[in-house]
Design a protein around this ligand. Structure first.
Ligand SMILES: NC(=O)C1=CN([C@@H]2O[C@H](COP(=O)(O)OP(=O)(O)OC[C@H]3O[C@@H](n4cnc5c(N)ncnc54)[C@H](OP(=O)(O)O)[C@@H]3O)[C@@H](O)[C@H]2O)C=CC1
Ligand SMILES: Nc1nc(=O)c2c([nH]1)NC[C@@H]1CN(c3ccc(C(=O)N[C@@H](CCC(=O)O)C(=O)O)cc3)C=[N+]21
Length: 287
């Protein structure tokens, strides 16, 4: 089987046009959604991501505010900045770009974001609500994956979803969201004894490890839906995922490319969550 390639970039573009109309409607009510991004240090990858996020905001009329803090910032200073933004009426969403420097523990920082402004969905209250199946902010990458699955007409209910990776920002919430959608979910991670045994059972395979070519054709069931979250840069600076694309596309039913798959959806869901935050703060209905 030769896989259909899931064009995340095109799907993201289509959604952003819809989101722009939502922003226009809000502006007519006198509300301009605003996203505050806190960037600590000068990691080149983080600088690129933050630039892309702000550009995406600008394109659909969301205001973005950037706060660049030095690598040496203390936890106390970071928390003070967050508290200031929690009280800022122009700011509806707050994002602290990860990773943070090693002297800063994200567990001391992320819970200080007001849960109603937590557009990344990393606050323990929102993570708990996702686990309980309640309406909440869902982390952008898992949410983007669920939209991609919907777009290709993949019915999740009753399927076996295998998630490789168990980070708080991708793997865990992705598996939880698929469970909420009635998939049977298996998590794999670096201590999994026989990765291939599990991945080759997957109807839906989500890979979020940061290990280039971890998944080859032998890991994949014929006709499976393969979602490659990994973003790796090779020696020449080219982006690759965690899946051996050339090999796996001959076997899978659907596959996301890197770049142009999950990445653009992550940013689109950040825009969407920011709009929902603005609506919620102004007590407007949100879906
Ligand atoms: N496209 C997008 O929008 C986004 C892409 N990313 C990318 O996704 C990837 C994962 O990100 P993130 O979740 O933050 O990464 P983390 O490093 O936090 O987590 C990686 C996970 O992969 C597991 N893992 C590592 N090696 C193996 C292995 N050989 N076999 C099985 N599991 C393994 C780890 O297991 P253990 O827990 O045991 O250590 C861990 O759970 C990265 O490439 C990142 O750049 C991230 C966010 C958004
Ligand atoms: N608080 C926080 N929230 C995040 O959501 C978050 C984060 N920190 N830290 C880093 C990871 C990574 N991440 C990506 C977002 C977009 C692309 C993306 O747009 N990728 C493009 C390519 C971009 C390029 O060319 O570099 C693509 O795959 O097509 C990738 C990765 C969000 N993250």
């Amino acid at each position: 089987m030769t896989a259909k390639i899931i064009d995340g970039k095109a799907i993201a573009q289509k959604l952003r046009e819809r989101l722009k109309r939502e922003v226009d409607d809000l502006k007519e009510k006198g509300i301009t959604p605003g996203l505050a991004v806190i960037l600590v240090g000068e990691d080149p990858a983080s600088l690129t991501y933050v630039r892309n996020k702000r550009k995406a905001c600008r394109e659909i009329g969301i205001r973005s505010f950037l706060f660049s803090l030095p690598e040496t910032v203390s936890e106390g200073e970071l928390v003070r900045k967050i508290e200031e933004l929690n009280g800022d009426e122009q700011v509806h969403g707050i994002l602290v770009q990860l990773p943070l420097p090693s002297h800063v523990n994200p567990a001391n920082i992320l819970p200080r974001i007001h849960p109603m402004k937590d557009v990344d969905g990393f606050h323990p209250l929102n993570a708990g609500k996702l686990m309980a199946g309640e309406k909440t902010f869902i982390p952008c990458t898992p949410l983007g994956i669920s939209v991609l699955l919907k777009e290709i007409g993949c019915r999740v209910e009753g399927k076996h979803a295998v998630v490789v990776g168990r980070s708080n920002i991708v793997g865990k919430p992705a598996g939880q969201l698929l469970l909420n959608m009635n998939a049977t979910v298996t998590y794999c991670h670096s201590k999994t004894a026989d990765l291939q045994k599990f991945t080759s059972m997957a109807d839906i395979l989500i890979v979020a490890c940061g290990k280039p070519n971890l998944i080859g054709a032998g890991h994949v069931k014929e006709g499976a839906v393969v979602i490659d979250v990994g973003i790796n840069r090779d020696e020449s600076g080219r982006l690759t995922g965690d899946v051996n694309f050339e090999e796996v596309k001959e076997k899978a039913g659907f596959i996301t490319p890197v770049p142009g798959g999950v990445g653009p959806m992550t940013i689109t869901m950040l825009l969407s969550n920011t709009i929902q935050a603005a609506k919620q703060i102004h007590r407007l209905p949100w879906p």
